[in-house]
Design a protein around this ligand. Structure first.
Ligand code: IPE
Ligand code: IPE
Ligand code: MG
Length: 245
């Protein structure tokens, strides 16, 4: 599959909704957290696969604001997995020249998770190959609310005026400031919804859905998604004939 990839048309930014850990575990008669633990290999393979191909930004949806509504034992398990994984995965990030950047309402994560994230960001801050954005306690609507608040505050302080408001200015008030919109979004496990992920940024993103459960996702699946993306015609409102000119 990899040989079918056009290296001149690699997406700059890939976003992934990593879904299906619970079902993967259930089918093995195991606990949901067993599924989350087994998802780390998929995260590592995907990060490495993207870095190898020259993808510049990879955003992984790891924990949504809505996920706080899960049973406490699962939430606690996910948070401690986050803490242990960041430390363990730093060598992989260094080897692949990847910089870590969390997005979401990070200040509401447990102290220990915030501390590890800070360390991870610090240790990888000089890597300039790819940026791995880990979406944690992330909500697309909350991101827009936060942006609106900051923007109105800047208007009140007369730092910007009403006339300055444009699509590109609004983008500057989001967590993904200065990061290009994703060209490709992948969601595993067969669910076909956006689940409050990058709502503003995905206005023209190509969606790729696969039935593979996230813990089974490997580089070959990533390559398949990229091949599918490359076969699409991105029309941005134009006609096919206009694009061929
Ligand atoms: C995705 O897998 C991981 C998180 C949302 C943290 P799920 O835990 O949602 O797995 P399913 O959807 O229940 O199978
Ligand atoms: C979305 O998955 C969030 C993450 C992958 C972190 P969910 O499994 O929580 O999504 P819904 O609630 O089924 O849409
Ligand atoms: Mg799910």
């Amino acid at each position: 599959m990899q040989e079918k990839i056009d290296l001149l048309k690699i997406p700059n930014h890939i976003a992934i909704i990593m879904d299906g850990n619970g079902r993967w575990a259930k089918s093995r008669g195991a606990s949901r957290i067993f599924g989350h633990k087994n998802a780390i290999t998929a995260v590592r393979e995907t990060t490495e696969g993207c870095a190898e191909l020259g993808v510049k930004f990879l955003t992984l949806y790891a924990f949504s604001t809505e996920n706080w509504n899960r049973p406490k034992s699962e939430v606690d398990g996910l948070m401690s997995l986050l803490v242990s994984t960041i430390t363990k995965e730093i060598p992989t990030l260094m080897k692949n020249n990847v910089r870590l950047q969390p997005i979401g309402n990070i200040s509401h994560l447990p102290e220990e998770a915030q501390k590890k994230l800070k360390e991870g960001v610090q240790e990888t801050s000089n890597n300039d190959g790819m940026t791995l954005m880990l979406a944690l306690n992330y909500s697309g609507r909350q991101e827009i609310c936060d942006g609106v608040k900051a923007l109105i505050s800047d208007i009140n302080k007369k730092q910007i005026s009403l006339e300055d408001i444009s699509e590109s200015l609004i983008s500057q008030y989001l967590y993904t400031k200065n990061i290009p919109d994703p060209e490709l979004m992948i969601r595993t496990s067969g669910e076909m919804r956006v689940s409050n992920f990058l709502l503003w940024q995905m206005a023209y993103t190509e969606f790729y859905f696969t039935d593979i459960l996230w813990p089974d996702f490997r580089k070959s699946n990533l390559h398949e998604a990229i091949v599918s993306y490359q076969a699409r015609e991105r029309r941005f409102g134009k006609t096919s004939e206009q694009l061929l000119k």
